[in-house]
Design a protein around this ligand. Sequence first.
Ligand code: GDP
Ligand code: MN
Length: 403
Amino acid sequence: MKIHEYQARALLSDAGVPVPPGQMIESADLAGATYKRVVSEAGLGDGGLAVVKAQVHAGGRGKAGFVKLVRSAEEATEAARFMLSNRMVSAQTPPEGLEVNRLLIAAGVDIEKEYYLAITTDRGSRKNVLIASAEGGVDIEEVAAKNPDAILKEPIHPHLGLQPHQAMALAYRLGFQGKQVRQASSIMMALAKLFVEKDCSLAEINPLIVTPASAEHPDGQVLAIDAKFNFDDNAMFRHKELQELFDPSEENENELRAGRFGLSYIQLDGNIGCLVNGAGLAMATMDIVKHCGGTPANFLDVGGGASEEAVTEGFRIILSDNAVQGVLVNIFGGIMRCDVIAQAVVNAAKEVGFKVPLVVRLEGTNVEAGRKILDDAKSEIPTMQSATDLADAAKRVCEAVGA
Ligand code: GDP
Ligand code: MN
């Protein structure tokens, strides 16, 4: 599960990481007043620096023009209007971009230098790893690709956790000076603790910044001004506080719809809709479709115990996607019964109609009953073909869509 930056900032702040104050809004009408409140909370007068930031589950906002520095209520309102009425297109969004429904208005800071800091799981070493760079900011992907030596990695012991001496040493290697070293290492320790406590799959601060020296802070201050957290879905049951942060408007509509019926639906970008049972069979089906030159538009895994009603909903979801030019049903009935699938095919044909070619391959439990149901309904489903095995099925559906 992903959350928004404003939510991630709250988690960091609760864990003791210094974050400039901010407020989420959903209407541009609130931008002016929110600007005033946020700058005053930060101890800045009118004309103080603030930043208006689109809250979407995608990065690259800075480059896309969806992170804007403002110095007045009017500028904040104008930035808010722009972001709420334009889709954000960045390297991390689909080509048509994302609708922006929420904004963060945060106190702005002067930046001396930007760093990158993150924790994720390194499957290779089977450990969590702290990743850091003195070249943080909006070009971190390019740094990682062109200058991988600028990315430092520190493994985290699975039982002992991140040790203070590791964090201190890493802070020195990153070039933090004077009091910054302790500030940066405390932030690393807090991030490591959060990562485990909240069952994160990614915890990232980019940029972690140092502010210019001032009379009050002669060594500058180390602050987090952007944050991204992803959580392990399998651990959500033990985090009520995180479940509340879920924003359905950021999720794929069809994936949510399938979830309500206990089905797993994954949207892809091809033109063959695939209804299968079991994750392993789904992967094998994708592979063989690709092998035959086709590209899946999605896969919908009906799992083991789905009801006829749920499977019918599965067909409705697949057929609602205009990109789907052919449907492949590949079922190896174990717990799932072939007659349930066949009946759902017939229901969907009656209700929605298969205007596109449909290729069905059924094997396993109650296969004879399933075949009979489909045979009896043949005249009602003129685009249907039966396949003898998976290879035959993939070949037929690829031919049918002209792949
Ligand atoms: P992202 O592009 O989606 O990762 O959004 P960020 O929140 O990381 O913002 C992108 C960039 O905008 C940062 O790397 C900073 O250079 C700049 N930025 C963001 N907030 C501030 C701020 O408060 N002050 C200044 N001077 N720059 C900021
Ligand atoms: Mn960022």
